[in-house]
Design a protein around this ligand. Structure first.
Ligand SMILES: N[C@@H](CCC(=O)N[C@@H](CS)C(=O)NCC(=O)O)C(=O)O
Length: 214
């Protein structure tokens, strides 16, 4: 049994869980996974029993609980500074923290209109209003980063910023959002990252995009 246990939701759908899984993979540590069902029905009892905030992802490390995806990223970055979770340069690091925090706290319209279903393919919704603003903002963030730091990841090397945006790649793919070529390439790079591929391989295509009890 490992010192690290990651409590997560269904891999086909749980965007936050993916963001908590990727830092552990970059850390290169052995960890156990406990899957709590969010689809088709939310297992509230188990979620409350296993996690302090009733949310996934939650990382248990020894007696420590870390119950938020960005906090898990930061915890792993603190434990394994040599793994390059953030860019070395202070200005790049500040930029990476801004775009990561922006993802963590925003984009409500995108979240509502385009649920993640890694193996799902859906009609493109009407892209207007707040949904259009969210998509345009992500296109701007990605374009600026890839231009400035020359890819293949947002800050050159793979970092927490890519982990934060990884679920967006699947939302865009499932809902067939049209993107400039450079961003299509970025999406392929993320989808082909070995840690992301491990997650995709375990994602059950039968998990529905929407929960049934909300
Ligand atoms: N800000 C949190 C969000 C976590 C979150 O909302 N997780 C969802 C699943 S993707 C959840 O646990 N939902 C269960 C519920 O809200 O009851 C994070 O970054 O980890």
């Amino acid at each position: 049994m490992s010192d690290f246990t990651l409590i997560i939701g269904n891999k086909n759908n749980s965007t936050w869980s993916l963001r908590g899984y990727l830092p552990l993979k970059l850390a290169g540590v052995e960890f156990d996974e406990i899957l709590v069902s969010l689809r088709p029905y939310l297992d509230r009892e188990r979620l409350d029993e296993l996690t302090p905030a009733g949310k996934v992802p939650t990382l248990k490390h020894g007696e420590n609980y870390i119950w938020d995806s960005l906090a898990i990223c930061e915890y792993c970055a603190d434990l394994y500074p040599e793994k390059g979770f953030w860019p070395e340069d202070i200005n790049m690091r500040a930029h990476a923290r801004c775009v990561s925090a922006e993802m963590h706290s925003g984009f409500a319209a995108l979240r509502n209109a385009m649920s993640m279903a890694i193996h799902g393919k859906f009609d493109r919704p009407d892209i207007s209003g707040d949904l259009k603003s969210d998509i345009d903002r992500i296109v701007d963030i990605w374009s600026e980063c890839l231009d400035k730091y020359e890819g293949p990841y947002l800050f050159g090397d793979y970092s927490i910023a890519d982990m934060m945006y990884a679920p967006v790649v699947f939302r865009f793919r499932s809902y067939q959002v049209e993107l400039p070529i450079a961003l299509q390439e970025y999406c392929k790079t993320i989808a082909n990252h070995p840690d992301v591929k491990d997650w995709i391989d375990d994602a059950d295509p039968n998990d529905p995009a929407e929960p049934l009890d909300r």
